[in-house]
Design a protein around this ligand. Structure first.
Ligand SMILES: [Mg+2]
Length: 174
């Protein structure tokens, strides 16, 4: 298995098929914020994000935010959502927030999914630590400076994965 290959590749959080999460025994979805749920400069969740969280909860899946952003960003964002936790300054791909989530919810890593737009943080971290990984196309082209550095290496990685027939950019599962 390639550590950068997601278990599930979607165009947007809106196209996630909950049936697929149920089939994989997922009970908690950890959501990255920037460029996964909203553009990085959007302070508040929009109605699509609010509806998405509600739909997951109605279907028996808990939702928590899991962002490398500073605490203030995550806390402000989470105030407007009925998520049960906001893990901020998470330092993905390191497992601090994954371990905390396992403990907080009493779950095994395999029962937790991580949804994010970056291979070097969200997907690599999730795969190393045994979570179910969901890669989404990033919402906006705009990025923080540090993210731009990661994007450069991500370009190379996409090229490699495409050559190996592991993942084709834009050929989403849903
Ligand atoms: Mg992100």
């Amino acid at each position: 298995m390639n550590l950068f290959a997601p278990d599930y590749y979607v165009k947007s959080f809106k196209s996630i098929n909950l049936q697929r999460l149920h089939e994989n025994g997922i009970q908690l979805l950890l959501c990255d914020i920037d460029n996964t749920l909203v553009a990085y400069d959007e302070v508040f969740p929009n109605q699509d994000v609010i509806d998405f969280v509600e739909k997951l909860k109605e279907n028996g899946i808990e939702v928590a935010l899991c962002s490398n952003s500073p605490s203030a960003r995550g806390e402000e964002f989470s105030k407007h959502l009925s998520v049960s936790n906001a893990y901020t300054f998470a330092c993905k791909p390191f497992p601090f927030c994954f371990k905390k989530a396992k403990k907080d919810y009493g779950l095994k890593a395999s029962q937790i999914a991580i949804l994010g737009d970056q291979m070097y943080t969200d997907i690599l971290g999730g795969n190393i630590w045994g979570l179910y990984t969901i890669l989404t196309a990033p919402i906006a082209i705009k990025d923080r400076k540090i993210t731009k550095v990661f994007r450069f290496f991500e370009e190379l990685l996409y090229g490699y994965l495409e050559k190996k027939n592991i993942l084709k950019r834009g050929e989403f599962d849903d």
